[in-house]
Design a protein around this ligand. Structure first.
Ligand code: NAG
Ligand code: NAG
Ligand code: NAG
Length: 248
């Protein structure tokens, strides 16, 4: 193997030094053009910084955006008191027609359409529409809601008059396990650090059932999702050629 010799370079030139470059001041004649360039450079970087700052503060940059989502413009935050009422709530309690309808409607836009450009920004492949107009993807908040709906259904299988074969029973159990794990990971992912106050209930410290939270404007997200909703009960418009599990 060839031996590579590293010679110590002048730290002023290598940029390693924390000393400013101008500690050895050149003569006045040399200094003026250099300082002009420096000042012009600093000015340019200030203008650039200002432009970027204006851009950042005027777009709806409300999340870090480490991961791309085409829904970012539909995200805005508001404070909301969450009550967790279980009485007089269409989403809670025993299954009944209005409960069924409310849950069906809630999870409806789970599959949405994104454009070719949006999928490219997302960076993963997905199932294409045959007509080349875009791709179908899932919006995660709706998958979470779907999972809660499935867990609720599991608690009331008798209501649905479901008789499961051994195979179906195994499938059902795995699905519920998946849903609970999906939910656990999402909760840890969000890491909601909102505080809940506590109080004495007789002699037991308990937390309040309500809390004030920083919530997305759900109407805005739901409206956005519904504007791109894909009805997956008919998959004939989708390109069957892939991707397949081995492509992932
Ligand atoms: C379950 O069966 C009962 C009795 O046949 C019926 O009244 C009820 O509507 C069924 N429930 C559902 C959700 O289909
Ligand atoms: C206090 O405890 C009682 C009895 O367990 C319960 O019914 C009630 O809902 C509790 N109240 C609060 C605010 O937690
Ligand atoms: C999806 O399509 C099916 C039949 O093709 C229809 O019954 C259902 O109402 C549609 N759902 C929505 C949300 O449009």
């Amino acid at each position: 193997m060839d031996k590579i010799e590293y010679s110590k370079v002048d730290s002023r030139l290598s940029g390693d030094s924390e000393e400013p470059l101008l500690t050895q001041r050149p003569s006045l004649k040399e200094r003026i053009p250099f300082e002009n360039i420096l000042i012009a450079g600093l000015l340019c970087s200030n203008v650039l910084f200002l432009l970027l700052w204006v851009r950042v503060t005027t777009t709806d940059c409300v999340r870090p955006q480490l991961i791309y989502t085409p829904a970012k413009h539909a995200i805005s935050y508001q404070t909301k008191r969450l009550f967790r009422h279980i009485n007089h709530n269409v989403f809670t309690g025993k299954p009944r027609p209005e409960y069924e309808e409310a849950w069906r409607k809630l999870v409806e836009p789970i599959a949405i359409k994104v454009s070719n450009k949006e999928l490219a920004k997302f960076g993963q492949n997905s199932i294409a529409f045959k007509d080349g107009s875009g791709y179908v993807v899932e919006l995660q908040v709706y998958h979470e809601l779907h999972c809660i709906k499935q867990i609720r259904r599991h608690l009331h299988l008798d209501y649905y008059n479901v008789t499961l074969s051994d195979y179906d029973k195994q499938f059902e159990e795995r699905h519920i396990d998946h849903c609970l794990e999906y939910w656990r990971e999402q909760a840890i992912c969000r890491g909601d650090t909102t505080l809940t106050a506590m109080l004495w209930n007789v002699s037991l410290p308990v937390s309040h059932s309500y809390s004030d939270n920083e919530c997305v404007d759900w109407e805005a997200i739901d409206t956005w999702a519904r504007s791109r909703m894909v009805n997956m009960s008919d998959t004939s418009m989708l390109d069957e050629s892939g991707p397949l599990p081995e492509d992932q």
